[in-house]
Design a protein. Structure first.
Length: 179
């Protein structure tokens, strides 16, 4: 079940991130390794939760999260028509969900949100050096737009796919009707 996150989910969201930090480090990927970034990440999550932009997937416990964020203007330019897309951020799934295509299903759901808003694109940025994550997004139908490298950011690989793309049609996530 997919539902809007609440402040009661913050501990579970941080647990997902810490689990991802460990998995990334074990894979030799230099992303989120600095625990000092947890505080700013938590502050952003709180703002996104309060603005009803962060969602969680749960089944007895929180299995995944995704935020539908505003265009990050450190990366996207006015020439990109930033208002023409839904932007995926903080997509994290628990390792226990590996093999369930949960991340891909969340991307399909983001596409449904873009379609509902009349937007043709789903966009995201990811860590410039995380080639495995870039490969995942390409396999999910994203095309590399360009790589930006602002000195104060480590993310910057920009990808987009048509909002019409549905890669996992038989496993659609359902939203909690009580939201």
């Amino acid at each position: 079940m997919l539902r809007l996150a609440t402040t009661a989910d913050v501990e579970a969201l941080m647990a997902l991130r810490i689990e991802a930090e460990g998995w990334l480090a074990a894979a030799g990927i230099d992303q989120w390794r600095n625990p000092q970034t947890r505080g700013p990440a938590l502050a952003k999550w709180m703002a996104d939760i309060e603005a009803s932009r962060t969602w969680v997937v749960e089944d007895q416990s929180v299995l995944a999260t995704v935020t539908l964020a505003a265009a990050d203007m450190d990366f996207w330019q006015l020439d990109d028509s930033p208002d023409s897309a839904v932007y995926v951020a903080k997509l994290i799934t628990t390792r226990a969900a590996k093999g369930s295509s949960l991340g891909g299903r969340l991307l399909d759901w983001a596409g449904s949100q873009a379609r509902a808003q009349g937007k043709p694109w789903v966009r995201l940025d990811c860590w410039r050096d995380n080639l495995a994550l870039q490969k995942f997004y390409r396999a999910e139908g994203f095309e590399h737009v360009r790589t930006e490298a602002p000195t104060h950011r480590l993310s910057g690989w920009l990808g987009q796919r048509s909002a019409e793309v549905v890669r996992h049609p038989g496993t659609v996530l359902s939203e909690d009707a009580g939201r």
